[in-house]
Design a protein around this ligand. Structure first.
Ligand code: C2O
Ligand code: CU
Ligand code: CU
Length: 515
């Protein structure tokens, strides 16, 4: 990947499914935008419209990448190859990020993962509903040189997912070094922009030493608070610029940062139009003035560049939302939680409109279907399970426990094919994005046990989208967040944890046992 020049690398970012440079696509741009919309030319749209079996080889290895121009940085990277099946199922990212995997609802997928790293590792398909032994859990991590065989059927709706390593204690470091990739599930969806008009935006942050190498956790604060880099890196490069036509686009945003919960805005101040959260279409398009995205959350946006003039730019801006209510480390990092958050936006990606015929898009009013369950379907509707998040002894805890391998308490034991209400109660001074493996859930309540952080919450509240199904939910200090979880038919141990990877690695991770 290091031999790919920056120019070419940038070209490779167009299209969640596209390995095609936009320049190549625009050369056959007709002046009739409507025709182009129906004859997309990206490899994603060249995916066969079948659920034929797919066999992939996937590996993780040390390599180098050009994250900032002219600087070679040591990274870890996923690589993949189609062994059998549709060759359009794997498209290169053009950066240290893993190739995008294009899978289909109902498809049987076999993947052999080869660990070419000097450390143990395993791959987790974030958001996919799979059996325990397909989930890529810490207990299944394989040694350097070893392989792990996956064989599962895609049981999720079409949408935006991702894959990343999950070895216990090393996930943060491995993701930080570059191990993450998008996983897009295709299938029946309402008419939304396709092909070149379907763009990935993977948000991360990094800190570089003067030698151009990545710097990770260097002190206790990074470990406790979570590591926040000083440089925004989008789609694997700093200062990403993407050329767009005067058309509508679907932008699949993944917050792939280790710890930074981001507040996103458009530079024009126009609202962001969300169409999907964590792989699930919203029932209807939802406008927000600022979008809050925790680590691991995805939101698909719809944006119409047809009203912009050629040469105009639209920047996606990102602010960190870190707060610390009370003193966690006593060093005064973070904004005081009780007052307004001081948002300080930086440019995450610049879209530049190229000279093309304007072709306004039309966004369907109805997108996804209503969830098939709700809070009232819960078997414990009258007595939600409390999951208390706390910080003490320089560490983060879940009901006073931490990771102990494959075990679960009675409270953590659930019955397959039932809905349960859980309440995350945040008694810790910082926010925690809580993630469950194995099933998307509904956020069915948010209230305060202690409202001393209500001031900072008020700054970002309107950008927190709780309306649709999610697999990761932001829990602000002092909040009680209720979720309704429809447990799947897969029995066994599945993880739930904070998706601040430094918290997860230091033990803020438990199992639930499906019986
Ligand atoms: Cu994104 Cu347990 O993972
Ligand atoms: Cu996950
Ligand atoms: Cu946390």
């Amino acid at each position: 990947m290091n031999e790919i020049g920056r120019r070419d690398a940038l070209g490779l970012f167009f299209g969640a499914g596209a390995a095609l440079a936009l320049s190549a696509c625009s050369s056959d741009t007709s002046t009739d935008g409507t025709e182009r919309a129906t004859t997309p030319s990206s490899s994603a749209s060249e995916l066969e419209d079948t659920t034929g079996d797919l066999t992939l080889s996937l590996w993780a290895e040390p390599t180098t990448a050009e994250i900032t121009p002219g600087v070679t940085t040591d990274v870890y990277s996923f690589g993949a190859e189609v062994i059998d099946g549709d060759p359009a199922s794997v498209t290169p990212s053009g950066s240290y990020l893993g190739p995008t995997l294009h899978l289909r609802t109902g498809q049987r997928v076999r993947i052999t993962f080869e660990n070419r790293l000097p450390d143990e590792s395993i791959v987790h398909w974030h958001g996919l509903v799979v059996p325990q032994d397909q989930d890529g859990q810490p207990s299944d991590a394989v040694a350097p040189g070893a392989t792990y065989d996956y064989d599962f059927v895609i049981d999720n709706p079409p949408g935006t997912y991702w894959y990343h390593p999950h070895p216990h204690g090393r996930t943060g470091e491995q993701v930080y070094k570059g191990l993450a990739g998008l996983l897009i599930i295709h299938g029946d969806e309402p008419p939304l922009p396709l092909g070149d008009n379907d763009l990935p935006v993977v948000l991360q942050d990094r800190t570089f030493g003067s030698d151009g190498q990545l710097r990770y956790v260097t002190n206790m604060h990074d470990q406790m608070a979570g590591f926040v880099g000083d440089t925004l890196v989008t789609n694997g490069v700093a200062n990403l610029t993407v050329e767009v036509r005067r058309e509508a686009y679907r932008i699949r945003i993944l917050n792939g940062a280790n710890s930074r919960t981001q507040h996103l805005t458009w530079s024009t101040g126009q609202p962001l139009t969300a169409i999907a959260t964590d792989g699930n279409l919203l029932r209807e398009p939802t406008d927000v003035d600022g979008l809050v995205l925790t680590p691991a959350q995805r939101t698909d946006l719809w944006v119409d560049f047809s009203t912009l003039e050629p040469g105009q730019q639209l920047e996606l801006l990102s602010s960190d939302t870190f707060i610390e209510s009370g003193s966690m480390m006593g060093n005064g990092m973070g904004s005081p939680a009780g007052s307004d958050l001081d948002l300080d936006p930086s440019v995450a990606v610049t879209f530049i409109v190229i000279d093309s015929e304007p072709s306004p898009g039309s966004l369907p009013d109805a997108l996804g279907t209503a969830p098939s369950f709700g809070a009232s379907d819960a078997i414990n509707a009258g007595s939600p399970k409390e999951i208390i998040l706390s910080t003490r002894r320089a560490s983060h805890w879940i009901n006073d426990r931490q990771w102990e391998g494959r075990d679960a308490t009675d409270l953590e034991t659930v019955t397959a094919n039932t809905v349960e209400l859980w309440e995350f109660v945040n008694q810790s001074p910082m926010a925690h994005p809580m993630h469950l493996h194995g099933r998307s859930f509904l956020v069915t309540g948010r209230s305060w046990d202690d409202d001393s952080a209500a001031g900072s919450w008020a700054t970002i509240e309107s950008g927190v989208i709780d309306a649709g199904l999610r697999d990761t939910v932001l829990v602000w200090p002092g909040q009680r967040v209720q979720i309704a979880v429809p447990f799947a038919d897969h029995r066994g141990y599945f993880l739930y944890h904070c998706h601040i990877l430094e918290h997860e690695d230091s033990g803020m991770m438990r199992n639930f046992l499906v019986t």
